[in-house]
Design a binder for this molecule. Structure first.
Ligand SMILES: Nc1ncnc2c1ncn2[C@@H]1O[C@H](COP(=O)(O)OP(=O)(O)OP(=O)(O)O)[C@@H](O)[C@H]1O
Length: 401
């Protein structure tokens, strides 16, 4: 079991003052295309290559589920269970050994078999060091991971909700409580909307929900604002061949927080929610709150909104933000998060690809990268471990230099 350092961080510092957070072993059971797969790796970056449909993204998804939330595909728990011709018969599970220097923690998660097929709500079970955990927040205290997938290619030009989710994942790298705060806020928002829509006269309960929305909502905004500001500074220090991203969190709540203390902003949100009950009854949702905010991203050098940049430039901007975040987490918490980079290299020209590899090696982070062409990763040589995914199994491959 891992010793917790004095500052509350789960990371342990070695004599040289450097730290690493990495997975040593990952076991998948009845997980999407895998009946069972076991991967043992060391702390170096991991390259997974294989043909389309081999199961590379499934592996990254399994790792992403070791953190709070619904993983990098955001799918339902039931859809993850391996589909066999007879139907979906099994509960899926993922287990991993998480290392921070000499310390190892055992993390496991999966679909609760007792809640399967009962018509009730699907449940996810979480175990850390053999103990069942009640909330997903416990995962954030052990492991931090950030991902980029091909589905996120349009993140910078699509709706604000994807960018908020992306920002929330970045905040989690610093503040494990953020997951609980966003969940509590969204839960209160949904419940209030349901009561208003149903014409409920339970005004006390509606007020209680608005009070929760105000408290958790402001906590969410404060954390998002703080990390956006820090990230903005970290982005200015962008290394290598990546563009510098400009970041601004925009929304009414953020404007209040600009010149008001959090308690006053909380009061303001509570009042606005109360006053917008009639309107929210008609429109659904809530007219005010951090779910209305947006993370605006600019390509600073081109002075252009990211949404208007080319596909490759948008990808480079996202990578630049993710790498700045990893540098910041390393500085503040002592070790970089895991980076799960699904097919990101394919979009990069050779210079940017080399910059990415260099940055990953400098960060000493365990980046998990996928691709169909092993040669693209040859430049990493034996500084990375190269695995091939084939026939629903994972094999070591010879290092190509
Ligand atoms: N619940 C499930 N049960 C069984 N198989 C599944 C399930 N969900 C997805 N699959 C299958 O898993 C396979 C591997 O998918 P995955 O996305 O990991 O491939 P990949 O190696 O990343 O491919 P690509 O290079 O095309 O992105 C797909 O053929 C898909 O149909």
């Amino acid at each position: 079991m891992l010793a917790v350092a004095q500052n509350g961080s789960p990371f342990v510092t070695d004599e040289a003052g450097s730290e690493r957070l990495w997975l040593r072993r990952v076991v998948l059971t009845q997980f999407r295309s895998y009946e069972r797969a076991e991967i043992t790796v060391d702390e170096r970056p991991v390259v997974l290559t294989g043909v389309n449909g081999a199961g590379k993204t499934n592996l990254l998804e399994a790792i992403s589920l070791m953190t709070p939330g619904r993983g990098l595909r955001g799918g339902a728990l039931s859809e993850i269970s391996r589909i066999v011709p007879e139907g979906t018969l099994f509960a899926w599970a993922v287990a991993a050994e998480v290392c921070a220097e000499e310390e190892i923690r055992e993390v496991g998660t999966g679909r609760d078999p007792l809640a399967m097929g009962t018509g009730g709500r699907e449940r996810r079970l979480i175990k850390i060091d053999g103990e069942v955990c009640k909330s997903q927040q416990a995962l954030a205290e052990v492991l931090s991971a950030v991902w980029l997938t091909p589905q996120m290619d349009s993140l910078l030009r699509d709706s604000a909700s994807g960018r908020r989710r992306f920002l929330d994942r970045l905040v989690l790298g610093f503040d494990p409580e953020h997951a609980a705060n966003t969940n509590a806020y969204e839960h209160a928002l949904r419940e209030r909307a349901r009561l208003l829509k149903g014409g409920s006269r339970d005004l006390t309960w509606i007020s209680t929900l608005e009070d929760r929305m105000a408290r958790y909502g402001i906590a969410v905004s404060v954390a998002r604002r703080e990390i956006t500001e820090k990230l903005q500074h970290a982005c200015a220090e962008t290394h290598g061949d990546f563009p510098v991203a400009g970041l601004v969190l925009q929304g009414a709540v953020e404007e209040w927080l600009e010149d008001k203390p959090a308690l006053i902003a909380e009061e303001e949100l509570r009042r606005r929610l109360y006053e917008s009950r009639s309107q929210d009854t008609i429109t659904g949702g809530a007219s005010w709150g951090p779910h209305k905010s947006d993370l605006l991203v600019h390509h600073l050098e081109k002075a252009m909104p990211a949404g208007l940049c080319s596909t490759g430039e948008q990808k480079a901007l996202l990578l630049s933000i993710v790498l700045a975040h990893a540098r910041l987490v390393m500085l503040e918490r002592g070790a970089s998060p895991l980076l799960l980079l699904d097919e990101v290299v394919a979009h990069l020209d050779e210079k940017r690809r080399d910059s990415l590899f260099e940055e990953i090696l400098n960060l000493r982070c365990q980046a998990w990268m996928t691709g169909t062409d092993a040669d693209v990763f040859a430049a990493m040589g034996d500084k990375a471990q190269h695995l091939s995914v084939k026939d629903r199994a994972v094999f070591s491959t010879a290092v190509r230099n």
